[in-house]
Design a binder for this molecule. Sequence first.
Ligand code: GDP
Ligand code: MG
Length: 444
Amino acid sequence: TLQGRLAATFKNLRGKAKLSDADIDATAREIRIALLEADVNLSVVKEFIAAVKERATGSEVSEALNPSQQIIKIVNEELIRILGGDTRTIRFAKKPPTVIMLAGLQGAGKTTLAGKLAHWLKSEGHSPLLVAADLQRPNAVTQLQVVAQRAGVHGFAPEPGNGVGDPIQVARASMGEAERRLYDVVIVDTAGRLGVDETLMKQAADIKAAVNPDEVLFVVDAMIGQDAVNTAQAFATGVGFDGVVLTKLDGDARGGAALSIARVIGKPIMFASSGEGLKDFDVFHPERMASRILGMGDMLTLIEQAEKTFDEEQSRRAAAKISSKGGTEFGLGDFLEQMKAVRRMGPLSKIFGMLPGMGDLKDQIANIDEKEVDRIEAIILSMTPAERDDPRILNGSRRARIAKGSGRSVSDVNQLVDRFFEARKMMSQLANGQMPAGMPGMPG
Ligand code: GDP
Ligand code: MG
């Protein structure tokens, strides 16, 4: 497992203060093997390893964490990123009913999922209708009716045994039923086959054309490993879908399929099913899946705490420095740390968006340039520690060197230094209980 492999390499990192390139290579090798063993698609593995290596080698190394914690943090964040980052849930139609169509191979768990989805939607205050557009197997219709009953919702299906054989007609008729009876969500269950074939794709595509769904969900058994990607690809081209549902996560599926599908197909995993019961169902959370793959939940909590405590300590130190005489102990390195601490809270626009009464300012907020922080960081990182500690030593030739090193212009460097001196002066005055001079509307 990924956890087992990582644990072995971490033994070697113990007691080391910094990660060497060899350490990073060795760790990357183990992660690579673990991911391939877990059935993760090769191209996804390559991308993943490259990202982890780059970040572990790069300058983001945090003082709050020891080397193995740093690697775990990076691996975890990259797992989350590859799994799609944020949770995405159903997009409801502006004008009901919202139509959700399920597609996938036979036995993937579509009909079971239809019941779970209906049950969940009902608990969220919707009134879903379950539609049996699977007339392939003799008892498919009965199965759907049983599932609907268990979920406490209505099922729409032709009477079994009366010879009705066209799932497309059933699907189309269900739209009228939903409008008449005011169901606000229609879940269309379709037939699957054991393998990908043209008849299956055509039928699914025809049903899709007939009901024009708001969401097509591709349902896939997580236990089928590498095949999940191929099947997903076939459905993506043959039918087209908006999101993925992983089923049978209660088995010993290693999650490799999950990692691969989201990335290779570029569609988010929206729900996860982990058993046969109605309750064995959840909105898919990338961070939870990452933690499951990594198998280090406790460690992740520890890392979070370590970083938080470190942040607090750091801001206390920064505050002490700024209240020193004239604030001169507060250098550009501290400035950068503070800026990054603010940035860790999320994009500026998001922070502003959360403040009450700031809604009207949206347009102005959209103009805040997040990249500005990156530019400033590049300039500060191109300075020597002595220059960061005391920017007063920055003469013309030093500024020219820094500009070159950071890929910015000398005037960018000048501007940053000027702004820093101004900000430091103002902060230090504030910290010492003085009203900064030149503050608008304030008596000097
Ligand atoms: P469909 O052919 O895609 O409609 O698949 P079904 O919904 O009929 O499910 C096929 C089988 O898998 C049934 O026996 C289900 O009970 C079972 N099943 C579905 N989802 C899960 C799951 O998440 N975990 C487990 N263990 N079994 C599941
Ligand atoms: Mg079925």
